[in-house]
Design a binder for this molecule. Structure first.
Ligand code: ADE
Length: 225
């Protein structure tokens, strides 16, 4: 899989992808993440990528030309399955969307800034608009990192334990059950005895019950959907 991220703050993304699982996913050849500085695609001598909003009002708007130039340059080299715009008024991100995007080959993620992008970018280039929650960030970069992280960890081979992404919270619309590790007793607080029993079928059953109970208590909306 290849993920191209378009941003006017490329440095903000560099360190995020240079560590831990995301770095291993790239060096292991499971994903290629390429960050593009939108300012490299402007014809403006001051490398500006934004301008005042027509009609007035506070806040700058990202211009269409640099974005169009960047997207077209990428599309000239390969076909993209989606051009995703990170925006608080997009479709709310969930595990289903993440699962389905993890099956794609090439994705472009466009990070908004200021008051957002010129509406014609959305009409002409964007195929999917994603929000990571009902709050406004100062830019789409963090949201792009969240999306890319959620996708990349699902790619086969990226996690050490092949099954662990399948047992995450939200797969099957259930929250994950509680987990424990050594010591078996901490200051009188013991790990549930079933987990030490070695009885695999009973442990699976206990985990499923715990997942249901937790979901009922914390996120009943997931059980309704
Ligand atoms: N850009 C600013 N806020 C955002 C959000 N909540 N989700 C996605 N992109 C954003």
């Amino acid at each position: 899989m290849r993920i191209d991220i378009i941003t006017c703050l490329p440095r903000l993304l560099d360190s995020f992808f240079a560590h831990s699982i995301l770095q291993r996913a790239q060096t292991g050849g499971y994903v290629e993440v390429v960050v593009h500085d939108l300012r490299d695609y402007t014809a403006d001598k001051h490398r500006r990528v934004d301008d005042y909003a027509f009609g007035g009002g506070a806040g700058m708007v990202m211009q269409i030309e640099p974005i169009a130039r960047c997207i077209r340059a990428l599309q000239a080299d390969r076909t993209y399955d989606e051009v995703i715009y990170m925006t608080p008024d997009g479709e709310r991100l969930n595990q289903q969307t993440t699962n389905s995007l993890s099956l794609r080959r090439n994705l472009i993620i466009l990070c908004g800034h200021y008051k957002g992008v010129d509406e014609r970018v959305r009409e002409l280039f964007v195929t999917k608009e994603i929000s990571i929650g009902d709050y406004v960030l100062s830019g789409g970069e963090l949201a792009a990192c969240v999306l890319a992280d959620a996708i990349i960890r699902l790619l086969p081979g990226v996690l050490n334990d092949e099954t662990s992404a399948l047992t995450d919270s939200f797969q099957d619309n259930l929250l994950a059950p509680p987990v424990y590790t050594r010591p078996a007793e901490f200051e009188g607080h013991r790990v549930p005895a079933i987990l030490l029993s070695g009885h695999e079928a009973k442990i699976d059953e206990w985990r499923h019950e715990q997942a249901l109970e937790r979901t009922r208590a914390r996120r009943p909306d997931l059980l309704e959907s």
